[in-house]
Write a new protein. Structure first.
Length: 158
């Protein structure tokens, strides 16, 4: 059994919390095989184990936000990972599952910039580090955006 707290503290010290979100080998929580889409890690489990159960760690909210923002600006793959986590976070906050909340507008602005920056790749395909390929991830980003515009009155697409 992984010691998520120890791994998180090591990642914080090494400046590699983004590696947790990417599902890099030592941090990865395998997604269920029954999920019909392509994910690099089990997003909800990562949020629960690495972040929401560790909410006593100083500035954990800022650390998560900073990692989402970092991912949203580094590559099309990382941006898409950031979007997947952002959507899961909003859902968990809405259902009162989250032990803390993020600054939605700050992260949404960074994602919006990333969507503009990586739009060409998002309209093609992306390959996660584990080799899984997502075809036209922009269509999923657009679906999320429609939901955000309708329910939360903000946009992640400029």
């Amino acid at each position: 059994m992984k010691n998520y707290r120890k791994l998180l503290l090591e990642a914080i010290q090494a400046g590699d919390v983004a590696g947790i979100l990417r599902g890099e080998k030592r941090y990865c929580i395998e997604p269920p095989t029954s999920v019909p889409d392509v994910f690099p890690t089990d997003i909800c489990q990562v949020l629960a184990e690495y972040f929401y159960k560790q909410n006593d760690i100083d500035k954990i909210q800022d650390i998560l936000e900073g990692s989402l923002i970092e991912l949203s600006q580094s590559s099309a793959v990382d941006l898409y990972i950031s979007v997947l986590f952002f959507d899961a976070i909003l859902f968990m906050q809405e259902k009162n599952i989250a032990s803390f909340t993020i600054h939605t507008s700050t992260v949404a602005q960074a994602i919006s910039k990333g969507v503009k920056l990586f739009q060409k790749e998002l309209n093609d395909s992306i390959t996660f580090p584990n080799g899984l390929v997502k075809i036209k991830p922009m269509s999923q980003v657009e679906r999320f955006n429609q939901k955000y515009q309708k329910n939360q009155r903000f946009s992640i697409i400029e």
